[in-house]
Write a protein that binds this ligand. Structure first.
Ligand code: USQ
Length: 394
């Protein structure tokens, strides 16, 4: 298949290109390298050094036979339309969004920027598909955070309701917890609407929190490695914990530490997106996959990272810290996730992946140590900015 990846330079886009190319798909992609700039803005850098795009292209050429790359911004409709016209994709994976809840909560400018970027980019892709490649399949990254943490079981996208003797299938109510997560809610509505009125086909992937440093296709070529962020904006919780563990910084569950989320290793995120791409929906179909492997609370996860770290000789402490976010810290959480398992998804155990990650990160201890100050969060949901204080000794 011909697969276009919008956001091919990012944490997920770069390994996805490799994973798909290794399976024989033809790849094209675009990026405007914003993720590199955002992390610099947060005063940080990737724990794992990443190569400039030109070197990435050379490595890809050597291992997988090359891909078509154009630098450009998906907020520019002409860029998107021309990219699709030139490549004529069978599938489009949209990863070119700003993925950070804290970044969107900094101030009005970051909230407006995140929502504008995310919503405009998706609209541009939908219109370009309509006009250039209406048969293509849009694989759109949504987030489990669109549902929030309701005191109900969470289905995959929609649920049936009976009212006054009639049965209706409705989208499950969205209760997002940040301006970023809300941008994904708006995207979901826009994508579903485009499928309905134009007959486009799409898979909206409600992805849980991804963690991990590698996929097998990267082998031992450092130019193929993907980034691994640990700042409060772009480092997800397990990635942050693992970086904290390797430099002897306490792991930082926020608040009560009972927040439950679905998690999945990077290699499983690749596997699931590949399954979605290789099993497209029919014309006009908008389908939703909940994509995660296991549900944990953030304290259980800290203990898992501590256990894995101790096996590698690390001295790991866990200390709860003031929660800069407004979120439920103890809650019911029971989301469904059958669709990908039905397509053949084979989950990777979380514990084994933690060992791989910690071993990779131990080689870059000095880079993490250099940016140690970004491990304490300061972006608060009430709009103030103040470094959180530790709440517990352990
Ligand atoms: N958390 C801690 N300690 C930390 C960092 C985070 O306890 O040091 C907690 C947060 O308070 C939150 C949970 O861990 O309750 C997850 O936070 P996160 O920063 O790992 O993830 P989140 O902000 O939810 O966003 C990430 C990705 C986003 C994706 C989302 C999936 O950045 O792109 O949409 O995960 S989900 O969480 O399922 O909505």
């Amino acid at each position: 298949m011909k697969v276009y990846i919008a956001g091919i330079d990012g944490y997920l886009g770069w390994p996805l290109a490799q994973c798909l190319a290794a399976r024989g798909h033809e790849i094209a992609g675009g990026d405007c390298l914003l993720r590199r700039r955002w992390v610099t803005e947060m005063g940080s850098h990737s724990a794992i050094p990443i190569a400039p795009m030109r070197e990435r292209q050379a490595a890809f050429e050597k291992h997988f036979g090359g891909f078509t790359y154009r630098e450009g911004n998906v907020q520019n409709y002409a860029f998107v339309k021309e990219a699709f016209r030139a490549f004529q994709p069978d599938a489009i994976v949209h990863l070119a969004e700003c993925p950070s809840a804290p970044y969107s909560m900094i101030d009005v400018h970051h909230a407006v920027w995140t929502q504008t970027n995310n919503i405009v980019s998706t609209l541009n892709i939908l219109f370009a598909m309509r006009d250039v490649c209406p048969q293509a399949h849009l694989v759109k990254l949504g987030t489990m955070g669109e549902y929030g943490t309701p005191n109900l079981d969470i289905p995959e996208g929609s649920f049936e309701i009976e009212y006054r003797g009639r049965t209706e299938t409705l989208p499950f109510p969205r209760q997002a917890g940040s301006w970023y997560h809300l941008s994904k809610v708006h995207d979901s509505h826009n994508v579903a609407f485009a499928c309905k009125i134009w007959g486009l086909r799409s898979t909206d992937i409600m992805q849980g929190v991804v963690f991990g440093t590698r996929i097998d296709e990267m082998g031992d070529d450092p130019r193929l490695l993907t980034r691994l962020d640990f700042d409060e904006g772009f480092g997800t919780v397990i990635n942050r914990y693992c970086c904290q563990a390797v430099i002897g910084h306490p792991l930082t569950p926020f608040g009560q530490g009972q927040q439950r989320r679905g998690f999945l290793p990077l290699r499983d995120s690749m596997q699931c997106m590949t399954l979605a791409i290789e099993n497209p929906p029919g014309a006009g179909e908008y389908r939703v996959f909940n994509q995660f492997e296991e549900v944990y609370n953030v304290t259980e996860l800290a203990h898992k990272v501590r256990a894995a770290g101790e096996e590698l000789g690390l001295d790991v402490k866990v200390r709860r810290i003031e929660n800069p976010r407004l979120e439920m810290e103890e809650h019911y959480y029971n989301p469904d996730h059958e669709h990908l398992l039905d397509l053949g998804y084979q989950p990777t155990p979380v514990d084994g992946e933690l060992h791989v990650m910690l071993a990779d990160l131990m080689e870059h201890r000095a880079r993490i140590e250099e940016k140690r100050n970004v491990l304490i969060p300061a972006i608060r949901w009430d709009g103030t900015r103040q470094r959180s204080q530790f709440l517990s000794e352990e």
